[in-house]
Design a protein around this ligand. Structure first.
Ligand code: ZN
Ligand code: MG
Length: 464
C-alpha cells in the first residue's frame, strides 16, 4: 500500500466504527491461502472486506475494530526462516506505522487475546457465512468470556453481520477507488484491442488461430500493465461457443467468417474491470451478424441513456429488453403471429429464448460486487414488481436507486441457438457488449470505451 493511501483506510475504519454502535466490536479476517494441488497453492488473493479496511495484502491477518474507536491488527510475525522462502512480512512491530492501525500483534496470539477483547462488549460484528470456521472460532472465544462471568465479566448479547454495513460502504466508490477502476478498465480495453488485431492479423497470415491465442494476448496485456490477476476466468468463445454463457477460453479454432465473443477484464490493485466485445474473427461482419450486432448495440445505448443518479437499478435492463424485443420481431427471430406485439413479448418474456441474463451487476473489488439490489429505505413499502429474469413477483422490495459513485456493468446480449422457426442465417450467433459505468448526476461515465463498440470502428481497427 502506498504510504499516502494510509489516511483512506483509516477514514474507512472510522466510518465503519461509527456505525457499529456503543460497546460494539468487529472482527474481519482476510482470506485463507488455498491449496491448488498437493503442495502448490492458488495465487493468494486477499479478502475484499479486509483489504477495503486495511490496504493490507498478506495472508493470516485479522482486523479488530472497536466501536468506540481504535483498531487492532493481528498479522504474521517476522520470521527470517519463513521470509527466506515466502517473502518479506510486515510484522506486528511495523504494522501501526505502515497501516495506521492503533495496535498490532502476532496472529499466533489471536486465540489468547480475543476473549479479553470481547469481554464487556455488547455486540460482536463479523462477516456471516463468508469465512469457513469463523462462526465456531467466535463461539470458542465467547465460551472463554462466559467462563469469566463469575469474575464479573459481561458477555456480548448480540452477534451481527458486518457484511451489510461494509456492502453499503463499498457500493459507493470514492475518488481513490474510481481512479483505480478507470485504470483497470483502460488496461482491459487495450487488451481487447490487442486480441482483435491479433485475430485479424493471424488469419490474414493464414495461421491456425485458437481461442487460447487470443486469451494469451489479453493476459499479456493485463500483466504488462501491472495487473496482478485477471478479475475472473476469461471467456473467449468462437462461433457457436458464444451461445454458452459461461464458456471459458479453450482450444477451439477461430475461423474467418465467425464471430468471437470475448469477456475478459483485469484486476488492478484489488479492483475488477469487466468488458465484453464481440468481433468478426477476420475483421468483417457478415450481414446477419451485423444486423444482430447493431440490435445489441442499440439496446445497450438505450440502457446507457437511462443510467443516471435517481434511476432504478432495473431501469437499464427494462430499456434493453424493450429494444431487444422489438428487434427480435423485426428480424423475425420471434414470429409476431405466434407471440404478438412487443408488449406481449415483454409480458410473456418471449425474448428470454435469446436473452436470458441480466443487463448488469455492481462492479468493484469483486467482479460481481457486493451491495444490495433493493433500496434499503423502501423495504416494506407496499409495492409489487416482477423480477425480469425469474418472472417471480417481488413484493415490498423496490429496486435500488442509482447514486453517484456506484459502478455497474451494462451488458446486453443475444444468443441464437438453432431452433424451429428461427431464421437459419442467425443460428449459432452469440453477441454480448459489456461496458463499465460510473453513475453520475447527469448520466454515467463509461470507463471501458478505449475499445470501440461501433461495428464500423471495430472493422477499421482490425484492418490496421
Ligand atoms: Zn459482467
Ligand atoms: Mg463480463
Amino acid at each position: 500500500m502506498p504510504q499516502n493511501d494510509k489516511p483512506i483506510y483509516a477514514q474507512r475504519r472510522a466510518q465503519f466504527a461509527s456505525q457499529l454502535g456503543h460497546g460494539a466490536i468487529a472482527i474481519v479476517p482476510t482470506a485463507p491461502e488455498r491449496v491448488r494441488n498437493r503442495d502448490s497453492d492458488f495465487p493468494y488473493r486477499h479478502d475484499s472486506y479486509f483489504y477495503y479496511l486495511t490496504g493490507f495484502c498478506e495472508p493470516n491477518a485479522w482486523l479488530i475494530v472497536n466501536g468506540d474507536g481504535g483498531s487492532t491488527l493481528f498479522c504474521q510475525p517476522k520470521d527470517l526462516e519463513r521470509e527466506i522462502w515466502d517473502g518479506t512480512r510486515l510484522g506486528p512491530a511495523a504494522a501501526p506505522a505502515a497501516l495506521g492501525v492503533d495496535a498490532a500483534f502476532s496472529v499466533s496470539e489471536l486465540d489468547a487475546k480475543l476473549p479479553s477483547m470481547l469481554e464487556n462488549r455488547s455486540i460482536v460484528w463479523y462477516p456471516f457465512a463468508t469465512h469457513q470456521g469463523l462462526e465456531s472460532r467466535v463461539t470458542s472465544w465467547l465460551d472463554k468470556v462466559r467462563a469469566r462471568v463469575r469474575f464479573g465479566a459481561l458477555s456480548p448479547q448480540l452477534l451481527r453481520d458486518a457484511c451489510g454495513l461494509l456492502d453499503e460502504m463499498r457500493l459507493i466508490k470514492d475518488a481513490h477507488e474510481q481512479d483505480i477502476m478507470r485504470r483497470a478498465a483502460q488496461i482491459s480495453a487495450q487488451a481487447h484491442v490487442r486480441a482483435m488485431q491479433c485475430s485479424a492479423r493471424m488469419l490474414r497470415a493464414g495461421q491456425d488461430v485458437r481461442e487460447y491465442h487470443l486469451e494469451a494476448e489479453v493476459l499479456h496485456e493485463f500483466r504488462r500493465h501491472g495487473s496482478q490477476f485477471p478479475a475472473y476466468g476469461s471467456i473467449v468463445a468462437s462461433g457457436a461457443n458464444a451461445c454458452v454463457l459461461h464458456y471459458r477460453a479453450d482450444a477451439a479454432p477461430v475461423r474467418a467468417g465467425e464471430l468471437v465473443l470475448m469477456d475478459a477484464g483485469c484486476e488492478l490493485d484489488g479492483y475488477a474491470s469487466d468488458i465484453t466485445r464481440t468481433f468478426p474473427a477476420d475483421g468483417r461482419f457478415s450481414a446477419p451478424q451485423r444486423a444482430l450486432y447493431d440490435l445489441v448495440l442499440a439496446s445497450q445505448n438505450a440502457a446507457i441513456s437511462v443510467t443516471r443518479e435517481g434511476a432504478r437499478f432495473t431501469d437499464p435492463h427494462d430499456a434493453t429488453v424493450r429494444v431487444l424485443a422489438q428487434g427480435m420481431l423485426d428480424l423475425r427471430l420471434l414470429d409476431a403471429n405466434l407471440v404478438g406485439t412487443v408488449e406481449d413479448v415483454i409480458e410473456k418474456r418471449a425474448y428470454s429464448q435469446f436473452y436470458m441474463h441480466r443487463t448488469g451487476h455492481w462492479l468493484g473489488m469483486d467482479v460481481h460486487d457486493c451491495g444490495s439490489y433493493v433500496e434499503p429505505g423502501e423495504v416494506g413499502r407496499p409495492d409489487e414488481r416482477r423480477d425480469p429474469l425469474s418472472g417471480e413477483t417481488i413484493t415490498d422490495r423496490p429496486s435500488r436507486f442509482l447514486r453517484c459513485g456506484m459502478v455497474l456493468t451494462i451488458e446486453p446480449g443475444i444468443y441464437v441457438r438453432p431452433a424451429p422457426g428461427v431464421p437459419e442465417c442467425f443460428h449459432d450467433i452469440g453477441i454480448r457488449i459489456e461496458d463499465d459505468a460510473i453513475v453520475t448526476a447527469s448520466g454515467c461515465d463509461l470507463i471501458s470505451r478505449a475499445v470501440p463498440v461501433d461495428a464500423d470502428e471495430i472493422e477499421a481497427l482490425m484492418r490496421d
